[in-house]
Design a binder for this molecule. Structure first.
Ligand SMILES: *[C@@H]1O[C@H](CO)[C@@H](O)[C@H](O)[C@H]1NC(C)=O
Ligand SMILES: *[C@@H]1O[C@H](CO)[C@@H](O)[C@H](O)[C@H]1NC(C)=O
Ligand SMILES: *[C@@H]1O[C@H](CO)[C@@H](O)[C@H](O)[C@H]1NC(C)=O
Ligand SMILES: *[C@@H]1O[C@H](CO)[C@@H](O)[C@H](O)[C@H]1NC(C)=O
Length: 212
């Protein structure tokens, strides 16, 4: 069981299977604004047709304040799987943030918390834990909710660099972030909160250019 290799493939659309998968997962991110009145912060948001939303409020060279909301794409009555953000335009080599509801393994549990894990993939297999030899990213939760159809986390990400940020503040050139997302129907297999198995992102995935 543990030796099973999952084809955790293809956040990156430019690869071999892109034609058929692009049809299967059309990737039109809709930009919007969302204000969370609990923490009094307004996010620029990008939402996929499958129920994944990423929001960005503040970012600099040390990190950013983000929102990840993940709701059911098909059956609105239940959602147990993981969702993930790639901080770059591909699954490979970029900082990946994987989130899942902690109650997913036990329907009798009422813990409304979201588990997170930083990962990195060097090939199209299950991403490994983010290497500790590099400066470790960290998360501080600002707000979260979980229910049967989805979850949302608002967080400060320290040491999390979003690919494509233009740090030249003098010019007025448009900044473009190149990001990716992934959604899986299934929860990770975990042991004491640590991921043992992370299945393929079979619900949806894609990359997009986030214009700031
Ligand atoms: C919310 O944030 C805005 C902008 O920073 C500020 O002007 C306002 O006073 C804040 N409101 C509350 C209730 O904290
Ligand atoms: C949605 O999920 C519920 C609970 O698992 C199930 O009873 C129902 O048949 C599902 N509906 C569809 C359309 O798949
Ligand atoms: C889950 O929570 C969200 C946000 O509060 C809400 O919009 C949604 O209706 C809730 N779903 C259920 C099944 O309670
Ligand atoms: C940048 O934008 C500001 C305000 O719109 C404008 O005053 C300034 O001339 C612009 N700078 C350049 C280099 O275009």
């Amino acid at each position: 069981m543990l030796a099973k290799v999952f084809p955790f493939a293809l956040l990156f659309q430019g690869l071999i299977f892109s034609t058929s998968l692009a049809q299967e997962y059309p990737n039109e991110m809709v930009e919007g604004k969302y204000t969370d009145f609990g923490i009094n912060l307004t996010f620029t948001t990008w939402s996929s047709p499958y129920g994944f939303t990423f929001g960005l409020a503040l970012s600099d060279k040390t990190g950013y304040t983000g929102l990840i909301r993940c709701q059911s794409s098909t059956n609105k009555s239940e959602r147990k799987g993981w969702c993930g953000l790639s901080h770059g335009p591909s699954m490979l080599q970029n900082l990946l943030l994987v989130l899942w509801p902690s109650s997913s393994s036990s329907t009798s549990s009422h813990q409304n918390t979201i588990q997170t894990s930083f990962r990195q993939a060097t090939d199209y297999f299950m991403p490994e834990p983010y290497p500790s030899s590099q400066s470790p990213p960290s998360i501080q939760k600002l707000s979260e909710w979980v229910n049967s159809t989805g979850f949302e986390l608002i967080y400060q990400c320290q040491g999390c660099i979003l690919s494509g940020i233009d740090d030249d503040t003098e010019s007025n050139t448009t900044t473009t972030l190149n990001l990716g997302y992934a959604m899986s129907f299934d929860a990770p297999v975990t042991n004491n909160g640590e991921i043992i198995e992370l299945g393929f992102h079979d619900e949806a995935y894609g990359t997009w250019d986030a214009l700031l």
